[in-house]
Design a protein around this ligand. Structure first.
Ligand code: GLP
Length: 245
């Protein structure tokens, strides 16, 4: 994918429609502008509403548009990256938006798990862990500061490629992240963290605490990531549980 976020035109019809909506419409609309209705888009591109729906779903997952149920589809902000509820890595999030991800490693070391870390990773106190602290950038702009602990046998420090996607490396060794328990809280940044993220001290941030496991339920990471609140929003879909009311 190019730096301008343009994917090569791909095979599926809905992907071609997603590309067309991106280039014909999104680039000419402002954040929070409403898109034409599903029916209008279907007529305009000469495709079924189902294809339009799939194209919109792709754009939602890329953070380019967002839906308000019963109201319509709106243009997302270019500045604020709207993250869908899907389990994704930082690398995937940036690539989906046509940005180039990179990392600045602040520390990478082998440590013995204590207290909260042992508890969250469900390992014995004193068990060997890999601790990685990285500043994550998109097109050279600092976006997030990650502080992640992995059980050492899941991600040993030796041989790890710290500048690259750690989720990819977990997947390569058969420990693909499949499920995460996540808590999102708000904070104001201290001097050091604000400096790294290149925002004024006291700026707002979203703190995402994530415990991830494999499909088989093996815990593979305990992460605390500080996301710049001026660049990120998190989108979730909520649904009434059947039987309620
Ligand atoms: C996000 C998550 C982290 C995860 C990271 C992996 O930042 N909040 O919990 O460790 O993605 O990203 P990558 O595969 O790009 O290293």
């Amino acid at each position: 994918m190019g730096r301008d976020g343009q994917r090569p035109t791909s095979g599926f019809k809905y992907e071609r429609i997603a590309d067309a909506i991106r280039h014909d419409m999104l680039d000419n609309l402002l954040p929070n502008d409403i898109l034409p209705s599903e029916r209008e888009l279907a007529d305009r591109f000469g495709v079924s509403r189902m294809t339009v729906r799939a194209a919109i779903a792709t754009l939602v997952s890329q953070g380019r548009v967002y839906n308000i149920q019963g109201s319509g589809t709106y243009v997302g902000s270019k500045e604020v990256l709207t993250k869908s509820a899907a389990l994704t890595s930082f690398t995937e999030d940036m690539v989906a938006r046509g940005l180039r991800p990179s990392s600045r490693v602040i520390c990478a070391q082998r440590v013995a798990a204590t207290g909260m870390i042992a508890h969250r990773l469900a390992v014995e106190t004193g068990a060997a862990c890999t601790h990685v602290r990285r500043l994550r950038l998109a097109d050279e702009d600092p976006m997030a500061l990650e502080n992640v602990y992995f059980p050492a046998e899941v991600l040993p420090l030796e041989g790890v490629r710290l500048a690259e996607s750690l989720y990819d490396q977990l997947a390569e060794s058969g420990n693909e992240a499949f499920r995460s328990e996540q808590e999102i809280t708000a904070t104001v940044l201290d001097d050091e963290t604000a400096g790294l993220l290149d925002v004024p001290e006291g700026s707002a941030a979203l703190v995402v605490t994530r415990v991830s496991s494999t499909r088989r339920g093996r815990i593979i990471e305990y992460a605390r990531t500080y996301y710049r609140a001026d660049r990120y929003s998190f989108m979730t879909t909520v649904e009434r549980e059947s039987g309620e009311r």
